[in-house]
Design a protein around this ligand. Sequence first.
Ligand code: NDP
Ligand code: MG
Length: 388
Amino acid sequence: MKKIAIFGSTGSIGSSLLKIIKADQKNFKIELLTANKNYKKLIKQVKLFNVKNIVITDYNSFLITTKLLKDTKVKVFNNFDSLNKIFNTNNKIDYSMCAISGFKGLKPTLDIIKFTKTIAIANKESIICGWNLIKKDLKKNKTYFIPVDSEHFSIWSLLDDNKKNNFEKIYITASGGPFNKLPLQKFKNISIKDALKHPNWSMGKKISIDSATMMNKVFEIIEAKKIFDLSYKQLEILIHPKSYLHAIVKFNNGLSKLLVHDTSMTIPIFNSIYLDNNKKIKSKKINIKILNNLDLKKVDNIKFPVMKVLKNINDKDSLFETIIVSANDKLVNLFLSGKIKFTDISSNLLKICNMPQFTKFKSKKPKNIDDINNLVNYVSLKIEAMSV
Ligand code: NDP
Ligand code: MG
């Protein structure tokens, strides 16, 4: 029986993982599930999977959950400081999935590393901002890491671990989002509803907006740079509207390998949990029609100005990446609450990327999680003061 923990179990990735486990429940024991506010869904999951420990971080939801579960043996915690009350380094669990959205995913990711044999990370913000901290802890605790974001899972699957640096270039694909074909002059009228309507993927709200602005790809380039220890010039984005091809690796020996799979996060998630098992997943036949029409194109930087953000980043890890993620986070929230226009997300982000008060962080590396958290708060306050 595999012992597992899922951080962000009520979200899109967390729920997909639970669906996979449901079909094979006798082989899994879920030690921990976590959510922020969605206590109704969390309690349903607890009952369905007979879970003994949960963390629910929103205080009001925690109080309600505690009340609703008072006649059960379920231990309900309000924060991630409690992980050492649940887990033990002498008896590590087999697998943890980090699928909390946003920065809040970094702390539990760092906290669980010592308690788990394998860690699958979907939460891109924690990789982008805290990779040097995660990497250090992975090494120290000999924890096996699997990237879950589909492009990164594809690259990871294509690379031969024994021969590091045997490739020259990696291409990741982007669907182009809901506005790939929209003429530039119509961008100023994009509504929240339009921006949330992704043509291929069903995902949480924040990442759906990032896909619409193409900021998601900027993040994925940074994510790939960190995970695979590359330089930015080794990475390129190609638009591929069908989202069937996820990555291309061009090796030094003249071979290039492409990875295709159905447009579903179930494939990387399934493979991350059944890594050493050779279990068969139900999947569609190879789609020759799409393969014959991959339709690859370079990104239009005028329609998607956030691409220019990549020109502002140095190859050396720094706290500037945290500025980019937190500024974008704040701007996406302002858009989702109707306070700014869709096009204001990119224009403000580019402005912020060139302001000396922020660019000075390009020479500073995060030493611990507080450096990152303090900076997130600083950026948020600065953007409020800028009255964007
Ligand atoms: P969702 O918004 O669907 O789910 C987020 C999960 O995190 C929920 O369980 C939510 O709880 C929890 N959560 C949110 N905020 C907090 C917080 N402050 N403290 C604790 N828990 C919190 O996100 P997705 O599943 O779409 O994405 C998860 C991560 O994976 C993101 O970082 C995303 O970028 C990445 N990713 C997602 C992909 C996808 O296809 N969805 C693809 C590749 C990467 P509650 O339900 O209570 O709000
Ligand atoms: Mg992706």
